[in-house]
Design a protein around this ligand. Structure first.
Ligand SMILES: Cc1cc2nc3c(=O)[nH]c(=O)nc-3n(C[C@H](O)[C@H](O)[C@H](O)COP(=O)(O)O)c2cc1C
Length: 176
């Protein structure tokens, strides 16, 4: 893992219901840098490492972060994401691959970190209304179990793991 001075790191995130923001702010706190929302379109110019966080929307990075990642050129990038599914699942691995493939020319991925994030109650309620029992996309018992598993995340443990992971990119004073 390459190491960077804190002023060389840009941390940008996209979050709809707050899960990814929570992880971003935990990482930012550990690294001593700001967590910048993607809506602010922070410039990566002059930064050695871009840490970019997104929420998984239908199997890939959400639209706002997708657009940001596509515009990065020749950057070292570390990705993090929150998703409803188990981070160790094949689905999560596929999401990670798809997000990595979005990066612009010459970018290299230095690391990725995934953690579960609860699906908002409002979204679950909408899904139940749109797909009532008997509908081909009705929520199956397996889905309900997955949603229940996600409902307590990101938790303190997830935040600590995220902090530890990204602290690995930070140079000790004077040791770049
Ligand atoms: C429209 C929509 C699509 C989603 N698609 C997926 C998906 O394909 N796979 C998955 O594991 N989670 C999916 N989720 C769950 C979110 O990725 C998860 O709840 C995430 O933590 C939300 O992050 P946020 O609170 O930062 O917006 C979806 C959620 C929504 C609202």
């Amino acid at each position: 893992m390459k190491r960077y001075k804190r002023e060389d790191i840009l941390l940008v995130y996209s979050s709809r219901t707050g899960n990814t923001k929570k992880v971003a702010e935990a990482i930012a706190g550990a690294l001593g840098i700001p967590a910048l929302p993607v809506e602010a379109q922070p410039s990566p110019a002059g930064r050695g490492l871009v840490i970019a966080g997104f929420w998984v929307d239908r199997g890939t990075a959400d639209a706002k972060m997708k657009a940001y990642l596509e515009h990065l050129q020749g950057k070292s990038v570390a990705l993090f994401a929150t998703l409803g599914a188990d981070p160790a699942s094949d689905h999560a691995a596929a999401c990670r691959e798809r997000a990595t493939a979005l990066l612009g020319a010459g970018c290299t991925v230095e690391g990725t970190f995934l953690c579960q994030g609860k699906v908002s109650e409002q979204v679950v309620a909408q899904m139940k209304t749109m797909f009532p029992p008997g509908h081909p996309h009705a929520l199956t018992p397996e889905w309900m179990t997955r949603l229940a598993q996600a409902s307590s995340h990101p938790d303190e443990e997830d935040l600590k793991r995220a902090q530890q992971y990204f602290l690995g990119f930070l140079a000790q004073d004077g040791a770049v």
